[in-house]
Ligand binder design. Structure first.
Ligand code: NAD
Ligand code: WQD
Length: 340
């Protein structure tokens, strides 16, 4: 059974990927420092998969701890590197915190595994495209100057990975550019755990619906879109998780060498107001919302061209907006009954 290190494996996307790795016959080994997750997620995972996956708690920026880890787990076939800080606004206030964590952790991983035949999957983001000139945006679109230190860490990380392939430090790398992951596992036992006030749309919607927040503000209705609110490509987190398995499979096959990058989206865009309506229609819960000013740094519209992912990764998103909303809501309700 191939052993895959999942950094950030107790986080939102990582925990869902651990489940899909097990479903596909892999053996995940989780590394997480719990800086943005909770140890209880390990118990939640064991309720889904029937056993507790291997878990090591340490900060990947600590190279000594990482070396000790490689001695305890010497036979690794792949790494899926989720661990990073991801709050765009905070990254503007505390850029060094983001550069250190997101880049040091990557450099440390590449150093300790340098030259080894390990398949490496990296969590990148559609944020590298900024506001694309052509929609849907393909992987060949130019990377635009980053709008935030967070976005910059993703662009720089992609460059670091390409350089590591050239130098031979890394052997096979796939960077996955996620669009907007939402929703939760069908068991409602794992999902997104925002710490503090959510910055992202769907957790804000579910927390408003459950009564944790008074109202949700739609950040602008004067954009040049079909209803004036921003357009994004929302993708179910379980679809996203499955794409990581597809990426490993592609690298395990004979035809893959070096570095490649794939969009992970549905190929469709939805406006903020459409998401609010979908949530209300799917759950039957009315949302208290108001239209507010634009949020600084938001792009008007972005959605992904997923032709390359479907052809070469052999992967396609299958879950629609209704399941995204229903599962996010089931998770919020679960959390209100079973606080973690
Ligand atoms: P998350 O915060 O839920 O998960 C990240 C996990 O990594 C957390 O459990 C955290 O405790 C851990 N972690 C962070 N720094 C660490 C370190 N130095 N050492 C060990 N563990 C560390 O985030 P997520 O939403 O699951 O995102 C996963 C990845 O996907 C991140 O790289 C993020 O930038 C990227 N991404 C996320 C989104 C999104 O909207 N959620 C979109 C595009 C890309
Ligand atoms: C979605 C839409 C908001 C909250 C961010 C990062 C990006 C990526 C995913 C990691 C936007 C609107 C939101 C609210 C609103 N992360 N909104 N009211 O901004 O597309 O992307 O997360 O790589 O890098 O920038 O996601 O969920 O914050 O917003 O109207 O209370 O919802 O304006 O149009 P975004 P989001």
């Amino acid at each position: 059974m191939a052993k895959i290190v999942v950094t950030g494996g107790l986080g939102y996307i990582g925990s869902h990927t651990v489940v899909e790795l097990i479903n596909a016959g892999y053996e995940p080994v989780i590394v997480d420092d719990l800086s943005n997750s909770k140890a209880q997620i390990l118990d939640q995972l064991s309720k889904i998969i029937g056993f507790k996956p291997a878990f090591y708690q340490f900060d990947l920026c600590d190279e000594q701890k990482l070396k000790e880890f490689t001695e305890k787990e010497p036979d690794i076939d792949g790494i899926i590197h989720f661990a990073a800080f991801k709050a765009v606004g905070e990254s503007v206030q505390k850029p060094l915190k983001y550069y250190r964590n997101n880049l040091q952790s990557l450099v440390n991983l590449l150093s300790v595994y340098s030259g080894k035949a390990i398949n490496f999957v990296f969590s990148s983001s559609c944020t590298v495209y900024g506001q694309p000139d052509v929609l849907p945006v393909t992987e060949n679109a130019p990377v635009k100057p980053a709008q935030s230190p967070y976005g910059n860490t993703k662009q720089i990380a992609e460059e670091i990975l390409k350089d590591a392939i050239v130098s031979g430090d890394a052997k096979k790398v796939i960077a996955l550019r996620y669009f907007n992951p939402v929703g939760a596992h069908e068991t409602a036992l794992i999902g997104e755990l925002p710490i503090g006030v959510p910055q992202n749309l769907v957790p804000f919607i579910t927390q408003t619906a459950i009564g944790k927040r008074n109202k949700i503000t739609v950040f602008g209705d004067d954009y040049n879109t079909r209803d004036g609110s921003c357009v994004r490509d929302y993708i179910h987190v379980v679809d996203l998780a499955k794409a990581h398995v597809a990426a490993l499979k592609l690298m395990e096959g004979p035809g893959f060498t070096g570095y490649d990058v794939f969009n992970l989206g549905t190929g469709n865009g939805n406006t903020v107001l459409e998401i609010i309506t979908a949530f209300e229609n799917t759950t039957g819960v009315k949302l208290n919302y108001e239209i507010g000013p634009r949020r600084n740094g938001d792009v008007e519209q972005v959605w992904g061209d997923v032709t390359k992912s479907s052809k070469e990764l052999n992967w396609k998103a299958g879950l629609g907006i209704d399941i995204m909303m229903a599962s996010a809501w089931a998770w919020e309700q679960y959390l209100s009954q079973n606080p973690l």
